[in-house]
Design a protein around this ligand. Sequence first.
Ligand code: UD1
Length: 348
Amino acid sequence: MTDQTAASPRVLVTGGAGYIGSHVLHALTDAGIPAVTIDNLSTGRREAIPAAVPLVEGDMGSAELLDWVMRDHRVDAVMHFAGSIVVPESVVKPLDYYRNNTANSLTLLGACLRAGIDKVVFSSTAAVYGAPESVPIREDAPTVPINPYGASKLMTEQMLRDAGAAHGLRSVILRYFNVAGADPAGRTGQATPVATHLIKVACQALLGRRPPLAIFGTDYDTPDGTCIRDYIHVSDLADAHVLALLHLRRGGESLLLNCGYGRGASVREVVRTLEEVSGEQVPATFADRRPGDPPQLVAGADRIREQLGWVPKHDRLDGIVRSALSWERSLEQSVGQAGALGGSASRS
Ligand code: UD1
């Protein structure tokens, strides 16, 4: 570890034990890019981190820890994932979200400036758009978040822009649409036991690990009455992060990019796809609309292809659903073998 640290700079990945962060660590490792991660393991899992990546277990809000890690590991760039991501929770605990997402990002950017680090790839979200009037949603659409989660991320975007203007910090802001699926090699996936994401919930319902899926709203103004989302495979998203890092390391300018395929699928389509993939019926009930759900969220997805040369490899819905199901089955086996998932071992 010391030799490698001396040989080449590392990218600091915050939240590398989480769902998306761990996929990115695997993508970086596959590409031969040295990394180090900080994670407090509050929601992430140690096993999700590739063996080659050092884990610094600690609090992202500690300026001293960040200063030390950046110096000790010769960090030249940061990818920032650590944070809280559950929209309904953000409504009832808004200050947690402003602390974990906004205030910690402020601390991180301060550490970057002290360490002379001028490259940041930031996990933002389509939640910054709120309930858009039309789809596809381009990056220049108005940003009017309707929950503290989206607002907390939008504030970090603003800090990045302002720090760019004042201090020359360059950033790639990636606004994720609906991230789903799992590493096709089965190395990591979404392990949160109490997930709220549709595809994860549907897989758990199929496997009998939770009550039937509630389909929230069948009277939307969409072709089949259910909400439409742009589901993106987490491994394609991870590739986009690697490309974003390489762009910044080449001296590229700051970018703001949607991460989606530019194509939507309805809740019913997702359920049907899971049934086709598994050959089983998904236990499901029809429920009222979930408050705050916009009918359609589909990315305007041209810019990321143009700017980063990103070419998705896993953009079929059946492949996304298949990988999610296969990951869920592997968790089921490990639960069966180990007797438990490990209580707090959820991940973001
Ligand atoms: C939102 C956020 C996203 C965040 C995610 C998880 C926005 C724009 N996006 O996505 O950034 O990462 O929440 O917190 O705010 N559904 C059901 N039954 C279920 C679960 C979901 O019918 O049990 C439906 C929802 O009504 C929605 C679709 O499936 O129409 C997708 O929902 P979900 O997976 O929770 O993601 P979003 O709410 O779209």
